[in-house]
Ligand binder design. Sequence first.
Ligand code: MV4
Length: 503
Amino acid sequence: MIKKVLIANRGEIAVRIMRSCREMGIATVAVFSDADRKSLHVRYADEAVHIGSSPSTESYLVMEKIIHAARITGSDAIHPGYGFLSENAGFARLVRKEGLIFIGPPAESILKMGDKISARSIMTAAGVPVVPGTKEKITDTGAALEAIKSIGCPVMIKASAGGGGKGMRLVLNESDALSSINSARSEAKAAFGDDSVYIEKYISSPHHIEFQILADKHGNIIHLCERECSIQRRHQKIVEETPSPIMTEELRREMGEKAIAAARSVNYEGAGTVEFLVDDKLNYYFLEMNTRLQVEHPITELVTGVDLVKEQIMIASGEKLSYAQSDISQDGHAIECRIYAEDPDNNFMPSPGLIRKIAEPMGFGVRVDGYVYAGYEIPLYYDPMISKLVTWGKTRNEAINRMHRSLKEYYVMGIKTSIDFLGKIMKIPAFVKGKYDTHFIESHHELLFDRPDADRETEDLAMIAALIEHLENSGLPKNGVSHMNLSSWKMQKRKGNMKFFRQ
Ligand code: MV4
């Protein structure tokens, strides 16, 4: 029986996990760094332990400090969330060696999937299709060159220890092969301390589609259908949805079975995600498996009705899955937008700082997984994601329209955010039609990003001049009630709406 869980994470995911714990009657322990003293995850928890200074290498990544915090609070279990120590096999092992429950997969499963070449060969043996390419670790440049010649360009060079695009190079012509091999290997060496690579045939304009799976300690494994994650920028997902607009009933059944086979082949336990590339002819290929709860898990929860964190906790307690495969179906459609403290019109530069005011969307079919509040200062030490806005609709169109109105309701003052940028995505015809792939953002640059700075400044000046004139000419009524409320909120929401200034 798990009675108290320590959450070895911060921000929105720590709060998300605590919410499920509270519903299950489980006590929660937060850990926090200097920068997170006032973070909502600390306020939300039943207890909180300070674990060090702001850099994550001195707090959230220090295994011994997390274990110590669990000890002194009498926690039974540790939930790692995503990022930080969540896919660290050594941590999973250490937690269990200390007699605590790790709410996650066995260390062995993490290790097998963490080495991408080992994962490829295990998948092949399990009958899960992988992208055609090399089977052995390549550790010298000559062998890499040979492999590229025999597979034939275009190819992808990928780091064995990689994932998420690090140490990856596209080679279009054989003449570029040598320099790409060298740069991929040195990047891999610097990032992972391992410069071994493998080579795959390049799949052009693929979809990134992943399957959620749940596996208990009794050999039961189910899948909870797919998430379409093709809308991303530099390997950062921006918008995710389920069902995928390109999915068919038959393909879902087939890929779901392969995802289950993938999990079974590494003796998986807990919640996990099997990622696939899907080409325009609906051929699919195993890419990698994420051995953790993912950022975008809520869209699966909204259409299947399954609380994935509760299932993780029950699985870790040794219970059987509460659902059979036949209990799982998709009801309606869900979309997630990741809200970042970043400036999309300035190369997505992080925009940490004080949140002066905030109003989050509400209403039917709207879920906000966040952790910030008015008066909170977003630290510069961690990922600048401030929340995930998730909408549900009976149909895809309803989910899109609901997302659009929710983004319009979302108001944050004090920092730059990606909210307006996401609103533009909801209106792009290719998105509305569900006709997009992993090149979506770069293919719609014109519609998504502002004109050059010079233009913007001229327009800003014109608006400021119009506003000053308006303020000088309009005395507000004595009772203070006005149909024209020039609060900073409306100013912000009506930015660019010249009608407002001209009336
Ligand atoms: C590929 C590919 C095309 N062909 N592999 C990017 C992240 C990493 N996990 C794998 N990635 C890719 N691997 C082959 N053989 C294209 C990508 C890719 C991509 C994949 C998923 C989502 C977005 C992407 C954006 C660019 C490239």
